[in-house]
Design a protein around this ligand. Structure first.
Ligand code: PGA
Length: 256
């Protein structure tokens, strides 16, 4: 099974020329690799890159859930329709940085999940516990993750407009994001196994894709790719360093 790599550029780089340069470097690596890569640049680069490089698979870091034609009064927001019309096929929801710094709640994430999935976007839902929860042990982590999944996915499995195959989960322990302190592959795999079990038992979806995210880099990638249950990676900081992302792409392709 091929591993998916989601390159979340977050709030970088600082100019459109640097973004294009980064993309060109990615394209060089991809020429020699079979890896499945999705680029998630900031909005200001998303349209220019997608228009110029039509074949790149790309996604949005966020969008607003209101989508009806007469509801355009949301200064600063981006709609699902805009993304779809641009040819964007993926979007992230529930990233911990948005939860933490912009007070995004599970209820808001749920609205985004519904809007994105109804429109046919492949939605990457981020879930993960903070350090306090992790320190309380395995049961506390599982309880926390299950609650996030329940709340963020409310009303989704029985929505006739939604294809559950468009749903991807990213398990990202909050304490490992942007800290250089990745989870161990063993622990990440255990939580991912737990998430897959929930989908199997609750929704009869045994093959839900679950990614790991949190300080994945060129060095630790080899620990993670060994696990078949980890379907890919959500990579932030390392996706901006071409040497690092090259190693991640190569290791993920080697594991096919
Ligand atoms: P990181 O970010 O790889 O810099 O830890 C992961 C993410 O974007 O969630």
């Amino acid at each position: 099974m091929s591993k998916i790599i989601i390159a979340n550029w977050k709030m970088a780089p600082d100019s459109v020329s640097a973004a294009e340069n980064l993309l060109l470097n990615y394209l060089k690596i991809l020429k020699e690799s079979k890896a499945e890569l999705v680029i998630i640049p900031p909005f200001v680069y998303l349209s220019s890159l997608k228009i110029k490089y039509k074949n790149i698979k790309c996604g949005a870091q966020d969008f607003f859930w209101i989508n009806r034609l007469n509801e355009y009064h949301f200064t600063g927001e981006i709609s699902v329709k805009m993304l779809k019309n641009l040819g964007v096929s993926y979007a992230i929801a529930g990233h911990s940085e948005r939860r933490k710094y912009l007070n995004e709640t599970n209820e808001m994430v749920n609205k985004k999940m519904i809007a994105g999935l109804e429109a046919g976007l492949k939605m990457i839902l981020c879930v993960g516990e903070d350090l306090l929860v992790r320190k309380r042990g395995k049961e506390a982590v599982e309880f926390f993750i299950k609650e996030q999944l329940d709340k963020c996915l409310e009303g989704i499995s029985d929505n006739p407009k939604i294809k559950m195959t468009n749903l991807i989960i990213a398990y990202e322990p909050v304490w490992s994001i942007g800290t250089g302190q990745a989870d161990t592959a063993e622990d990440a795999q255990e939580v991912i196994h737990f998430i897959k079990n929930i989908f199997d038992l609750k929704f009869s979806i045994p093959n839900i894709k679950v990614l790991y995210g949190g300080s994945v880099d060129g060095k630790n990638i080899n620990n993670f790719v060994k696990y078949n249950e980890i379907d890919g990676f959500l990579v932030g900081g390392a996706s901006l360093k071409i040497g690092e992302i090259k190693k991640i792409i190569e290791a993920s392709a080697d594991s096919l």
